[in-house]
Design a binder for this molecule. Structure first.
Ligand code: BYC
Length: 345
């Protein structure tokens, strides 16, 4: 048993070993797995785990990784049009951070015995999802602020609990991701704060961005999974496995409670006529979410689904020569190393 208690291999500095592709991961010793979960210890790549746990993680981590790299597009769209050198430098750094998040996450998924080329192939064929939020267009500069404030704000709310996810490599990747997302959220708020103290036209642009991004941001948390509105889904099982720590609805409510006072500080109006403070529950109650829209966008019929995927596939194909060069370079160096070892012997 390894869990968080690294054995002698780790003491020797070799680190956790990813499973070989032909290793039978579904022959789990339920006793050890359950024991690790019960003691809130981390499951590590070489621990045996039920196949359904492994495939749930692959699904979620891959969707998360795809969201990070597709998420570079809506903001990347504004790099050449940023209004100042300072804003451009910030935006380039942020978009680059998202690429980095994608890479940590593909690496975390690979510890479960899958290949990142295969995951990317599934994204490109449309058989693996990415977050619906990235299928909305960024029409104005204020949208860059709204993405930072709302999209990264929602992401942090969802991802901080994932730092305690039962699967070690995913939990550890989330720690760094959350630090960076928190900086992203502040830059988005600061961008809108500046616009809200600018001209009337700039403030109107900020309001328009909030109007368009608010409801899609609430949909980021996923469909209802508590109470009468619950639509089934993965939450109950994922919570039992310690992958998810809170339900979609709980996290959505926390996000609403955090964001409403921030909108007030900005001087913006929430685009929800039903939004009301409930003194008894101590929460802001929001109006109904259009889950029909969520399903449409999820099904491929959002404003930008086709464009995002086509751009992603084109970028992947254009980058083929870089991947080939990297593989050739690694092979050349591996050859050199084995020749040097041979002549030293
Ligand atoms: N979009 O039972 P549920 C970022 C799917 S990146 C698309 O609740 P689960 C950023 C779900 O996959 C943000 N699909 O599922 C990047 C499932 O479908 P299948 C991404 C969604 O997995 C760049 C079905 O609906 N964050 O922040 O337990 C720039 C039923 O849902 C969505 C993550 O990926 C959605 N919004 O919970 C700026 C975080 N919602 O597979 C920012 C990690 C649900 O049954 N992921 N679905 O066909 C998670 O925490 C969970 O996977 C979710 C869904 C909360 C998203």
């Amino acid at each position: 048993m390894y869990g968080t208690d690294f054995g002698p291999d780790d003491a020797a500095g070799t680190g956790p070993r990813p499973p070989a592709p032909d290793e039978p991961l579904n022959a789990a010793d339920a006793g050890i797995f359950d024991d690790l979960l019960e003691h809130d210890l981390r499951i590590e790549p070489r621990d045996e785990m039920p196949e359904a746990y492994r495939s749930t993680l692959v699904r979620q981590i891959a969707q998360h990784a795809h969201s990070e790299i597709i998420g570079m597009q809506p903001e990347g769209n504004w790099i050449t049009r940023a209004p100042s050198l300072r804003r451009k430098a910030i935006l380039i750094a942020k978009v680059q951070d998202e690429a980095g998040h994608g890479l940590y996450l593909y690496s975390a998924a690979e510890t479960l015995g899958v290949d990142r080329a295969d995951l990317l192939d599934r994204l490109h064929r449309g058989t693996q999802k990415y977050s619906t939020i990235f299928n909305y267009p960024t029409l104005t500069w204020a949208d860059v602020g709204a993405i930072g404030w709302l999209v990264d704000g929602a992401a942090i709310m969802n991802q901080v609990p994932l730092c305690r996810c039962s699967y070690g490599p995913y939990a550890r990747a989330m720690i760094r991701v959350c630090k960076e997302e928190s900086f992203h959220q502040r830059q988005g708020f600061e961008l809108l704060w500046t616009m809200c103290r600018g001209t009337d036209a700039q403030k109107a642009m900020a309001q328009d961005a909030l109007d368009r991004w608010w409801w899609p941001a609430l949909m980021m948390f996923g469909p209802p999974d508590t109470g009468e509105a619950a639509t089934g889904g993965h939450t109950a099982q994922s919570m039992a496995w310690g992958i998810k720590r809170f339900s979609n609805d709980d996290l959505r409510q926390r996000f609403v409670d955090m964001t409403v006072p921030q909108a007030e500080k900005l001087g913006l109006r929430m685009p929800d006529p039903d939004l009301a403070w409930n003194a008894e529950s101590g929460h802001w109650e929001h109006g109904p979410i259009d889950w029909g829209e969520f399903r449409r966008v999820l099904g491929g019929d959002g404003a930008c689904n086709a464009q995002r995927l086509a751009h992603r596939v084109r970028a992947h194909e254009d980058g083929a020569w870089v991947r080939e060069a990297a593989v050739a370079y690694a092979a050349k160096h591996a050859d050199g190393r084995s020749r040097r070892r041979g002549s030293a012997a």
